[in-house]
Design a protein around this ligand. Structure first.
Ligand SMILES: Cc1ncc(C[n+]2csc(CCOP(=O)(O)OP(=O)(O)O)c2C)c(N)n1
Length: 334
């Protein structure tokens, strides 16, 4: 049996609209500090969380809002937390990066890579106290170079812990291209620990749902962890108001002219190296622009295209979601 795409669409849209509302509050100065959004990775949150049941746990990174929204954590409590209110989810002390919901066994942290050990701990507890329950760890490709995450892979395999390790791979860690600081390939790295590793287009919610099902079923049967590499995009850049994205784009554009003019120069790098630099700069510009403006890899657009034959049902869901978010914002601000 396949996923209920209507349900997944609703969940993804709830997350997107919620983060748009958060963006609005942040831009108005009502939310202070950095704000890392999960826009572009709603399909990963929805496709995975759809398999979770009561007693399952989630360990989240600094971009934890989509899984919390999709898991059913009270939106008003999350918003109040972001607003720094004492009646927020964590008494206004956690902000958007350090959230905890006891009811949902969910914990997030801004310490890159910590989702691994936290999920392993949740899974160890489940193994002893709630057999059949599992834990999911969500983290980025940057975290894959953190020792503690790799140590948790090792223990999860050695102790057959019921964990699904989910790497949301957008190929960047702030301003660092992951490929420049990563040896080997991530799937092989996970396999090196003796863990099954699956790769999926993380902007395709159905593909994520199918891959997650395999890992979750295996973990529930006490057959140990699975690694899921989900490729995704981050149209907003690292965090809200992330000028380096625009700035680096401007500076990259500025490099094209000099590189072109240098092609016939007799001194300096070889023509092959110059052409390669030009190629990598132009492809980086193309990809950055495409991620920001093209809908081709927008997970919400993609799933909506598959549902568009039933316009009235889409309209109904979109209206309901808009109303839910509007009401949550209204209550949180009141
Ligand atoms: C242990 C640790 N080192 C460094 C940082 C600073 N830092 C915050 S986010 C980030 C990049 C993380 O990249 P990735 O894991 O790919 O997640 P993304 O932001 O791309 O979702 C870094 C290095 C941190 N928060 N924690």
């Amino acid at each position: 049996m396949g996923p209920d795409l209507w349900l997944l669409y609703r969940q993804m849209l709830r997350s997107r609209r919620f983060e748009e509302a958060v963006t609005d509050l942040w831009e108005k100065g009502k939310i202070s500090g950095e704000m890392h959004l999960g826009v572009g990775e709603e399909s990963i949150a929805a496709g995975i969380v759809a398999h979770l049941k009561d007693g399952d746990a989630m360990a989240l990174d600094h971009r934890g809002t989509p899984p919390l929204v999709v898991r059913g954590v009270d939106l008003v409590l999350i918003l109040k937390e972001f607003l720094g209110r004492a009646d927020g989810l964590c008494c206004g002390m956690g902000g958007h990066m350090h959230l905890f919901s006891h009811e949902h066994f969910a914990a997030s942290s801004g310490i890159v890579g910590s989702a691994g050990p936290v999920a392993a701990g949740f899974a160890l507890a489940a193994q002893h106290l709630r057999p059949g329950n599992i834990a999911v760890a969500f983290f980025g490709d940057g975290a894959m170079n953190q020792g503690m995450l790799l140590e948790s892979f090792n223990l999860a395999v050695a102790w057959k812990l019921p964990v699904l390790f989910v790497c949301k791979d957008n190929e960047w860690a702030i301003t660092t291209r992951s490929q420049h600081v990563t040896g080997g390939n991530l799937l092989d790295r996970a396999k090196g620990f003796g863990m099954p590793a699956l790769e999926v287009d993380g902007t395709d919610v159905e593909a994520v749902w199918n891959a997650a099902r395999q890992g979750v079923e295996k973990a529930r049967k006490n057959n140990g962890p699975t690694f899921l590499l989900a490729h995704c995009i981050r149209p907003e850049g690292h965090f809200l108001g992330y000028t380096p994205l625009r700035k680096s784009l401007e500076s990259m554009v500025g490099m094209v002219g000099p590189l072109l003019r240098s092609l016939p120069a007799r001194k300096g790098a070889s023509p092959g190296e110059r052409i390669a630099s030009l190629g990598s700069i132009t492809s980086l510009i193309g990809r950055t622009v495409a991620e920001k403006y093209s809908k081709r890899r927008d997970p919400i657009y993609r799933v909506r295209q598959r549902l568009k034959a039933d316009k009235s049902r889409l309209n109904e869901i979109e209206k309901e979601v808009a109303k839910e978010i509007q009401q949550a914002v209204g209550i949180a601000l009141s």
